[in-house]
Design a protein around this ligand. Structure first.
Ligand SMILES: [Zn+2]
Length: 427
């Protein structure tokens, strides 16, 4: 008897909560609900609140539905899941003043500029991003403000500042000593115990992911190359510490030995992967780590270097070498069966131009379908959100975009997104 009463109570509560959810239906001219499977013509997606509750053949007539229903008419569009970029830096955008910006732009101003970049990223069709490196206080505030509906933007998984070695990529450079001391990040570490502390510290203050700079970087103003900078014992300790706290690790890595050392230590994603080799491919496959290739900077940056005072001789030399290698490494990894998740390093390039990465991936030998999978299904796997993101299916969050024609025929249509729906709301 008591069980029956409880069941009635539960069903009453459930019906109340569903009755409260606003219903939206989307009429899609063509729908790629699950990237990897064929698209279907004339589909209706039903959304209650922020979740998809049904995907049906044909255009369902809202007159046949209970309650007030909002219709989003995309009957002349091609609809696919919201795109996901696994490597952005929302707080900044590289320009001639980047070096002096470090002295002049406040943390609050960075957050506000980040809000503008976030809005551009969202309107370009990217409904989820992983932000791998920025002032912790500003990026966490931006992440939370978007979650609370204070400002528009993609869902952000944020790493805050990178765990990096003293004098390595991720540390500050290019100024006299007194100034460098002023803004050295709290996550610079040397030796396994120090790096264990830095990892715990980053998580304590709000990191969703740990970002490490395993090798030198192209844009740091030092002639220290792009090889391994964090030692094997530091890498192992960071992975162990982060994983024990349920947090995954992304490694910025260009040079071969740094890529392979991070993979051996158990990293979850290698970002850039510029000079990977056959051993790297074997390690990727053995460990299940993902490659986030970021081809855009190599494609765009070298042409902008002349006359821009940011690009010192040390940076120019590294940028040219990295640009020459990145596409070949991408093709090799793809052919070798490495899991590839979409990422752009936007912030180095313009925010909102993220989708230009797709054409570079296709040019590098990937099929259009696989390129779309990398920014949907595969990205969702990397961030362990496949239960909520990556496809348009009942139970998932209602994130989707629309373009004029099929990106399976011409991937560049993704550079002109016509409609964005995030959490069931048109943006
Ligand atoms: Zn980056």
């Amino acid at each position: 008897m008591r069980v029956a009463v409880c069941l009635i109570l539960v069903s009453v509560l459930l019906s109340i909560s569903f009755a409260d959810e606003h219903i939206t239906i989307v009429h899609a001219g063509a729908l790629l609900a699950v990237p990897g499977e064929a698209p279907k013509a004339r589909q209706t997606i039903t959304i209650e609140g922020n979740r998809i509750t049904a995907v049906d053949d044909g255009f369902v007539d809202p007159a046949n539905m209970d309650g007030e229903v909002t219709i989003i008419d995309l009957s002349d569009k091609f609809v696919l899941p919201g795109l996901m970029d696994m490597h952005v830096h929302l707080l900044s955008e590289l320009g001639p003043n980047t070096r002096t910006d470090a002295l002049q732009v406040t943390t609050s101003m960075q957050a506000l500029q980040g809000a503008l970049h976030a809005k551009r990223t969202l309107h370009a069709g990217f409904t989820t991003v992983r932000d791998l490196g920025g002032k912790p206080e500003a990026i966490y505030a931006l992440r939370d403000a978007i979650d609370q509906g204070v400002v528009p933007g993609p869902r952000i998984l944020a790493a805050g500042s990178s765990i990096a070695a003293t004098g390595g990529h991720g540390d500050v450079d290019g100024f006299k000593a007194e100034l460098l001391t002023l803004w050295t990040p709290d996550t610079i570490c040397d030796g396994p115990y120090d790096c264990r502390h830095a990892t715990r510290y980053a998580i304590k203050y709000g990191a969703d992911w740990i970002k490490i700079t395993a090798t030198g970087g192209v844009l740091s103003d030092t002639a220290t190359g792009t090889d391994q900078q964090m030692t094997d014992d530091e890498l192992r300790e960071i992975m162990k510490t982060a994983h024990s706290l349920g947090v995954k690790v992304a490694a910025h890595a260009h040079g071969t030995n740094g890529i392979n050392a991070a993979l051996k230590a158990g990293v979850d994603s290698i970002d850039h992967g510029t000079f990977l080799d056959d051993e790297s491919i074997k390690l990727f496959k053995r460990t299940g780590a993902y490659l986030v290739p970021t081809l855009l900077p190599g494609h765009k940056v070298p042409a902008t270097m002349e006359g821009n005072p940011f690009f010192t001789d040390a940076i120019k030399a590294k940028a040219r070498a990295a640009a020459a290698a990145s596409k070949a490494s991408f093709g090799k990894a793809y052919k070798g069966g490495v899991k590839i998740a979409f990422g752009t390093d936007s912030g180095v390039t313009r925010h909102g131009a993220n989708a230009e990465e797709f054409a570079l991936m296709v040019d590098g030998g990937m099929s259009e379908m696989e390129a779309i999978r990398s920014a949907t299904v595969v990205a969702a796997e990397l961030i362990e959100m496949s239960d909520s993101l990556g496809t348009i299916e009942p139970g998932k969050l209602a994130d989707m975009i629309a373009v004029d024609s099929s990106p399976l025929d011409d991937i560049s249509v993704l550079e002109n997104v016509r409609a964005v729906i995030k959490d069931g709301k048109r943006q």
